[in-house]
Write a protein that binds this ligand. Structure first.
Ligand code: ZN
Length: 279
C-alpha cells in the first residue's frame, strides 16, 4: 500500500474545511474574551498559582469591565477546570491533584489516539502544510523565548489535529483537556521543563503525511506518556505576586496591563488580596 499523500485527497465528509476557524474554547490563539484569555495564560504559565483567590472586584477593576462580565468569564474558566467556584467563598485557581494529572493524561491517551488515527486517515496535503506552518510558529516562539505564546501554540497544535479527526464530540473533550493539562504542567512540572516537544510534533506530522496510522498513534502515545513522566509528585514551588502583575504577560511593559484594563498602579490589587488557599 502506498503511504504517499495525494495532493488533493477526496474528502470523506462533505462540508469540512481544511482547518476550520478557531473555535477552540478557552485555548484559541486569539480568543474573544480578553479576561478568559489573560487568566488562562497566567494560570497555564504558572504566574497565577494554583489555589490563588480571584476576587471579582479586582478583576473588574483590572480589566475595566463589569462584575457580571467577570462572572461570565469565571464560569467559562470553571467549565474547563481551570477555576473552582465555591459558594459563599468565590473563585480560585484550581488545585488539581497528581492523581488528577494521571486521570487527565489517561483520558487524553484514550481520546487522542482515536483522533490521530482518524486525522491521519482523512487529512489532506493542505492540512499537513498548515500544520507544518503551525510547527514552524512553535519553533519560532521557542527560539525567541516567547514562553506564553509557545505554551499556547503547543496546546493548540493538539486541538488542530482534533479538529481534523472529524468527531466534534471528541474535539469538545479535547477543548476541556488541553487547558487542564497546561495547568497541571504549570503546577507539577519544573519551570525549565516543557510539556510538549516541537520535535515530537514534527515526527507525528511526518507520519500523518505518509498516512502511517499505526506510527502516528504510537508517536502520540509516547509523546503523552513522556509529558506525564515529566510531572513530579510534588507541586513545583509557586511565587506569589499581585493579581495585576500575575495577569501581565512577561514581555509587557511594567506600565501596561492585561487586556484593556486600568494601569496596575490604579488597580485595587495589593499583594495581600491574592491569597493562596491551603492545599
Ligand atoms: Zn504535544
Amino acid at each position: 500500500m502506498s503511504v504517499t499523500k495525494r495532493p488533493a485527497a477526496p474528502r470523506p465528509r462533505a462540508g469540512r474545511a481544511a482547518i476550520p476557524p478557531p473555535a477552540r474554547g478557552v485555548w484559541a490563539e486569539s480568543g474573544h474574551d480578553s479576561i478568559v484569555d489573560t487568566v488562562r495564560d497566567a494560570v497555564a504559565s504558572g504566574r497565577l498559582p494554583a489555589g490563588a483567590k480571584l476576587i471579582e472586584a479586582d478583576l473588574a477593576a483590572t480589566f475595566a469591565v463589569s462584575r457580571t462580565r467577570v462572572r461570565q468569564a469565571l464560569q467559562r474558566l470553571s467549565f474547563v477546570g481551570l477555576v473552582t467556584l465555591e459558594p459563599n467563598r468565590g473563585a480560585f485557581v484550581a488545585s488539581p491533584s497528581i492523581e488528577e494529572a494521571h486521570a487527565v493524561h489517561a483520558a487524553r491517551r484514550l481520546i487522542e489516539c482515536n483522533i490521530v488515527r482518524d486525522a491521519t486517515r482523512h487529512c489532506t496535503a493542505n492540512d499537513i502544510r498548515r500544520l507544518r506552518a503551525h510547527c514552524a510558529a512553535q519553533a519560532e516562539a521557542e527560539a525567541r523565548g516567547e514562553d506564553v505564546r509557545l505554551l499556547r501554540l503547543l496546546g493548540e497544535f493538539h486541538l488542530l489535529i482534533a479538529e481534523l479527526g472529524g468527531n466534534a464530540v471528541l474535539a469538545d473533550f479535547m477543548r476541556q483537556l488541553i487547558p487542564r493539562t497546561a495547568l497541571l504542567q504549570a503546577l507539577y512540572q519544573h519551570p525549565r521543563e516543557r510539556g510538549c516537544g516541537v520535535a515530537d510534533h514534527l515526527k507525528l506530522l511526518d507520519q500523518m503525511a505518509k498516512g502511517d496510522e499505526a506510527g502516528a498513534v504510537a508517536t502520540l502515545r509516547q509523546h503523552l506518556v513522556g509529558n506525564l513522566a515529566r510531572l513530579s509528585v510534588r507541586p513545583a514551588p509557586t511565587q506569589m505576586t499581585d493579581l495585576a502583575s500575575a495577569l501581565r504577560p512577561p514581555n509587557a511593559k511594567s506600565g501596561s496591563a492585561p487586556g484593556a484594563p486600568a494601569p496596575p498602579e490604579t488597580a485595587a490589587t495589593p499583594t495581600a488580596r491574592l491569597r493562596s488557599r491551603p492545599r
